[in-house]
Design a protein around this ligand. Structure first.
Ligand code: ADP
Ligand code: MG
Length: 376
């Protein structure tokens, strides 16, 4: 076990890195954050913030020399950086899992290898691929860039070949997947942690509502059937085992008519849809990330109360960046406010979230929605 007093490394300094840093420092660890952004939200809570690119050799050498263990808060760190670090310290999750999750083409191929259901899709690497791809998916379809997309960015809905060509040009002709546009009954996600000993702890399933491709609300407990929930948990655990995964892993699912499940994507890190665990579970996904990284036993994941999480995007800030009226949130004692300390609000940028807790799940949802309306 890596014990308090040791130094942990975090690749990435956004809000996920910040919440990890808070958890780790609360437990008595030192944290070094590597992030090229001088205004890194995680850097503000870290023992030290190395402001450099993720591939920067001297930054990586410093981390390798100083840290007992290193993890990541986002999938786009170069897998080679993880490989290099792993030669001299503990790196969890490993380069293999991260390199699969950071590339939609590899991710789908990996899932198909052991018959995990995925959406009907085709790989697009050349203009000639587009026509055959559209025949396979039908129209309309979704074109998604294989790497570096997030929060619905790097995606376009296309209704014919002409639109598909234009969208692919806009994506700078990077490798893409074209996906069938599914009719979703619901979206859910499973966040779990797997320890180095293979032990798995699974958080209660989150039901997610997206707006414009960005997570808007998470509702826990989910209203999908117990059978669908069981299947989702088994699939997520199988994926974690196949990846020989150590750390916190998130699996996003589409629920189709009749309860049919399709895996959308996986994230090799804590997940926005797991933020409710900070306030509503015995152990949060971030404490769990510390535990898995340090080889501590995983914490219990039991839900203490129904919860609804609402994301707060930069759209809530007025055009001249005035703060929203937080009294609308804070006057209700059932609501926990989390702000990420990001300097510049921009439309679509995740600035914070709040979680509404109530023993009656319908009340939690109604209060969360009313509070969101009062804010905007
Ligand atoms: P990101 O990496 O931006 O989260 P996703 O692939 O998860 O990208 O897509 C974001 C959201 O867009 C999903 O949560 C879902 O609401 C919608 N979406 C994505 N793919 C499809 C699809 N094939 N059919 C229907 N809706 C989709
Ligand atoms: Mg997603």
């Amino acid at each position: 076990m890596i014990l308090p007093g040791a130094t942990l490394g975090m690749l990435g300094g956004g809000q996920l890195g910040r919440m990890f840093t808070v958890a780790a420092r609360t437990m008595g660890y030192h944290v070094i954050v590597l992030d090229p952004n001088p205004e890194s939200p995680a850097g503000k809570f870290a023992t030290d913030h190395v402001c450099a690119e993720y591939g920067d050799p001297s930054a990586l050498e410093y981390l390798a020399r100083t840290c007992a263990a290193i993890t990541t808060e986002f999938e786009n760190v170069p897998a080679v950086a993880l490989e290099q670090l792993a030669m001299s310290c503990v790196v969890r999750p490993g380069a293999k899992a991260v390199s699969i999750a950071q590339d939609r083409i590899r991710e789908k191929a990996f899932l198909r290898e052991f018959e995990v259901p995925v959406v009907r899709f085709a790989v697009v690497r050349s203009e000639a691929d587009l026509e055959a791809a559209l025949l396979l998916t039908g129209q309309p379809a979704l074109l998604k860039v294989s790497r570096f997309g997030y929060d619905g960015k790097g995606q376009a809905r296309v209704s014919n070949l002409e639109e598909a060509r234009a969208a692919w040009d806009l994506m700078e002709r990077e490798p893409c997947v074209l996906e069938e546009l599914l009719t979703l009954e619901a979206e859910i996600s499973v966040v779990l942690a797997r320890g180095a000993d293979g032990q798995i702890a699974t958080f209660p399933i989150a039901e997610n509502v997206h707006r414009n491709g960005i997570l808007d609300l998470t509702i826990v407990p989910t209203r999908v059937s117990a059978a669908v929930q069981r299947e989702a948990v088994v699939l997520a655990q199988t994926i974690a085992e196949r990846l020989e995964y150590v750390g916190v892993l998130a699996v996003e699912y589409f629920v189709l008519a009749g309860g049919q499940l399709v895996v959308n994507e996986i994230a090799p890190r804590p997940h926005n849809s797991g933020h409710y665990t900070l306030d509503a579970c015995i152990t949060s996904q971030f404490e769990q990330q510390v535990r898995a990284l340090c080889g501590l036993p995983l914490g219990p994941t039991r839900l203490l109360t129904p919860a609804v999480m609402v994301n707060l995007l930069g759209d809530l800030w007025s055009p001249n960046c005035d703060e929203p009226d937080w009294s609308a949130v804070l006057r209700d004692p059932r609501i926990k406010l989390h702000l990420y300390g990001k300097g510049t609000p921009r439309p679509g940028r995740k600035m914070g979230h709040f979680t509404c807790l109530d023993e009656n799940p319908e009340v939690a949802l109604a209060v969360a929605l009313a509070t969101r309306s009062a804010l905007s």
